[in-house]
Design a protein around this ligand. Structure first.
Ligand code: ACO
Length: 429
């Protein structure tokens, strides 16, 4: 089968491609060479920029699978580190592989004294995501032997670089929290991934954090929910930067910057701000829902709608269901959870949201769980980044391992000035 494109009465045939889940594409790699035209696709919503074997997403049917395993199965049976291994290496680990991976993460959890000094250059109220991307990039400066900007060499050391990225970005996240709170750093101990994070966040010099199984489980779940999500803005950024030959740490640092925007990872903060302001105004959500139907971008129901899902975001379902249980197990109640539930119920019955296929997305309930775990709002996007690191690593690896890979270099339609004569400054009006 092929696709026929007719331009200026000339016909051109292009091969079609089909993915393993039946997704169809026109292979337009020769389009410009053969026809002189390019496709205009602002935002790349109709452009496949790569072939990938990591994550399958079907937004119309609310399906999300990592390496073939549905997000529901992983949520029910796996934990973050195991899912990270699956995403990075393609298969669930055997017992020995899981043990070795866990040990490598523990061995590489520490941030060296020289790197800790970087924090001294940041004010206490520096934006956490700006600190995170800077220090993630500093990993490339600190481990130049793992970050040579030569795919062949960098891939030889991939296992170590991946473990450093995953383990240390988690540690840096906790240090950012301590820095913003003006607290001394708590260094990692020989603990499982999530417990170690909670220890580094919440231990005090004379009072060690005592692990609470429910809290560890909730953190595991929420990180797992963020572990990868196909070619989203930050992952595509990682791939784009990586396609120039850049090393893993530098590519991830770019992804962290992409994630920081309010339309991407920053949305979880916007949801909490919305719920808080509804609460402060004494509304139960009813007035806000009416206002959100006005169509203004500044008044949207945050945490609703998604660029790809036109059905329930399967992650929102899992997190929404977990929310109640987590609060109950921690013996906490949160008026913002009640408001969120009211909003969800009202929106799911309202023709405005139903007809536009607007459903809760992953950010709608995640902030309530973060809050229950004691994580402040300005750290939510950092938490997202810690969770998304496996996806960034796996996508960088695909780019670096592809012998036929090309540098990402989109085209444009130029709409600026046509040629004109230079005017000396004295003659300009
Ligand atoms: N509240 C109210 N109305 C909405 C919302 C919302 N959250 N989202 C979309 N709409 C309306 C639009 O006004 C538009 O209405 P119209 O057809 O009458 O003009 C219609 O639904 C379609 O909206 P689009 O902007 O075309 O939807 P798009 O797919 O481009 O945007 C987006 C998706 C950005 C996520 C949007 O739904 C939104 O702003 N949601 C709130 C922010 C949010 O939660 N972002 C997190 C996304 S998940 C993530 O990145 C991890």
């Amino acid at each position: 089968m092929s696709a026929l494109i007719k331009i200026d009465n000339k016909e051109f045939n292009f091969p079609v491609m089909t993915g393993t889940e039946g997704e169809k594409a026109i292979d337009a790699r020769n389009l410009r060479k053969d026809t002189g035209y390019i496709f205009y696709d602002q935002g790349y919503g109709n452009t496949g920029s790569c072939e990938s074997a990591v994550t399958f997403l079907d937004g119309d049917n609310g399906i999300l699978r990592h390496r073939g395993y549905s997000i529901d199965q992983l949520a029910a049976h796996s934990e973050f580190v195991e899912t990270a291994y699956l995403i990075i290496y393609g298969e669930l680990p055997t017992l020995d592989q899981r043990k070795a991976f866990g040990q490598l993460l523990r061995k590489n959890a520490h941030i060296e004294t020289q790197m800790q000094e970087i924090f001294k250059g940041f004010p206490k109220d520096a934006p956490p995501m700006a600190m995170l991307s800077s220090i993630a990039n500093a990993l490339a400066a600190h481990y130049p032997e793992l970050a040579t900007n030569n795919f062949e060499k960098d891939l030889k050391q991939f296992d170590l670089a991946a473990a450093i990225a995953l383990s240390k970005i988690r540690t840096i996240g906790a240090m950012i929290y301590r820095h913003t709170q003006g607290l001394p750093f708590m260094h990692p101990k020989d603990l499982p991934f999530c417990d170690n994070f909670l220890h580094m966040m919440f231990s005090e010099p004379y009072q060690e954090y005592v692990s609470i199984p429910e809290v560890t489980k909730a953190l595991n779940l929420i990180l797992l929910m963020h572990a990868d999500h196909e070619q989203n803005c930050s992952t595509s950024t990682v791939r784009m930067v990586g396609s120039s030959g850049a090393n893993l740490f530098t590519s991830i640092s770019a992804g962290i910057n992409a994630l920081s925007g309010p339309l991407h990872g920053g949305a979880n903060v916007a949801v909490m701000q919305m719920l808080q302001s509804i609460h402060d105004e004494g509304d139960d959500g009813t007035r806000f829902i009416e206002a959100a139907k006005g169509g203004s971008k500044s008044n949207r129901l945050m945490g609703f709608g998604h660029a790809v899902y036109r059905n329930f975001d399967p992650r929102a379902k899992v997190i929404g269901e977990a929310c109640d249980g987590v609060l109950k197990k921690l013996g906490k109640s949160d008026p913002l959870l009640d408001i969120a539930k009211n909003l969800e119920q009202a929106a799911l019955k309202d023709d405005y949201f139903v007809s536009r296929k607007l459903y809760p997305n992953v950010d709608f309930y995640s902030g309530i769980i973060f809050r229950a775990l004691g994580i402040p709002t300005n750290m939510f996007t950092v938490m997202f980044a810690i969770g998304r690191t496996p996806g960034w690593i796996a996508n960088w690896k695909e780019v670096a391992s592809n012998p036929k890979g090309r540098i990402y270099r989109p085209r444009q339609i130029f709409v600026g000035a046509t040629p004109r004569a230079y005017v000396p400054i004295a003659q300009r009006s």
